[in-house]
Design a protein. Structure first.
Length: 312
């Protein structure tokens, strides 16, 4: 059955049936607006858009995969501020002949990813469109913490990373070359594994700046360097290249560090901490902040790709 056959309200009913409310949801789908608790009295908000053919392909990923990715992209942004996600709002623009089952899978993936952090999908909107598009807004609560901005890094700070890096970019390259293995890399592209708890933990440990690595480690750390008016140097020996990544790189003729330093979509968290800070569990040092500007790798300019830019 297509969503045209189900109709707008039939689609909404099927999608809502996949959702579950958590304690922060005071009023879920069904009215003109949802009501979400905000104990901190400050609401952290972020929005991302996924467009078919630009961010995902249905022959590469299931509806559930796309749901996980769409939710993760937003939930990671909330965690990168040092906050805990509380709710998602979802806009779905789809061709009328889209299979209803795919939309239901999408809803399930969104709900399952949100459930990892105890957040609910509380509402959204649907519209007919020739291009399949998923737009998600995430809300979060700081829990009394000071938000961790991009602009707080200081010379002498340690640069640290939480989560895996380079795997999603490797999986994308594998898929784009027409292969489906190694499975671990392909699955990393299809569904991020985000260290959500590492964000609030970093804030509690005194992180001076933090960012979600969505467009590439060097590009995203460059945002911290620019906002903080500092320089950042990254050490390549801080990264372990897995056997699967190394083998795939050799087979495809790719430098694996291009995936690690320039690849996005893993949604790892990168942060800076004052010197001498005991890093929270799950965080590892990968570089230093210094006087100056810009980004270097092992003390030298990086000549490879630094990350993704939608308009280049």
């Amino acid at each position: 059955m297509s969503i045209a056959e189900a109709g707008e309200f039939g689609l909404i009913a099927r999608v809502v049936a996949k959702l579950e409310n958590y304690p922060t949801t005071l009023l879920g789908p069904g009215d003109d607006s949802a009501i979400v608790a905000a104990p901190d009295k400050r609401v952290v908000a972020s929005t991302d858009v996924l467009v078919e053919g630009r961010h995902f392909r249905r022959d590469w990923s299931s509806g559930a995969d796309v749901g996980h990715r769409a939710a993760a992209a937003n939930l990671a942004d909330i965690a990168a501020m040092g906050a805990t996600p509380t709710a998602l709002l979802v806009g779905l623009c789809a061709p009328a002949d889209l299979e209803l089952a795919w939309a239901e899978e999408l809803a399930g993936g969104l709900a399952d990813e949100a459930a990892l952090v105890g957040a609910s999908v509380v509402g959204g909107d649907t519209s007919a469109s020739p291009t399949l598009t998923v737009a998600v807004t995430a809300l979060g609560d700081l829990g009394g913490r000071k938000p961790v901005l991009r602009s707080g890094a200081e010379p002498g700070d340690v640069v640290a990373l939480a989560g895996r890096i380079g795997h999603a970019a490797a999986g994308y390259t594998v898929l784009s070359r027409g292969f489906r293995t190694p499975k671990a890399l392909v699955e990393a592209y299809r569904r991020p594994s985000v260290p959500y708890a590492a964000g609030p933990a970093a804030a509690d440990a005194g992180a001076t700046a933090m960012i979600d690595v969505s467009d590439g480690l060097l590009q995203d750390l460059g945002h911290i360097a620019a906002a903080s008016v500092v320089g950042v140097d990254i050490r390549t020996d801080a990264f372990e290249v897995s056997d699967q990544m190394r083998d795939a790189a050799a087979a495809l003729g790719v430098d694996p560090y291009q995936w690690i330093l320039g690849g996005g979509d893993d949604h790892a968290l990168a942060a800076t901490f004052p010197p001498g800070t005991t890093l929270p569990d799950g965080w590892r040092e990968i570089g230093k902040v210094h006087e100056g500007t810009g980004l270097t790798v092992d003390g030298r300019a990086w000549s490879g790709p630094a990350g993704w830019d939608h308009f280049k």
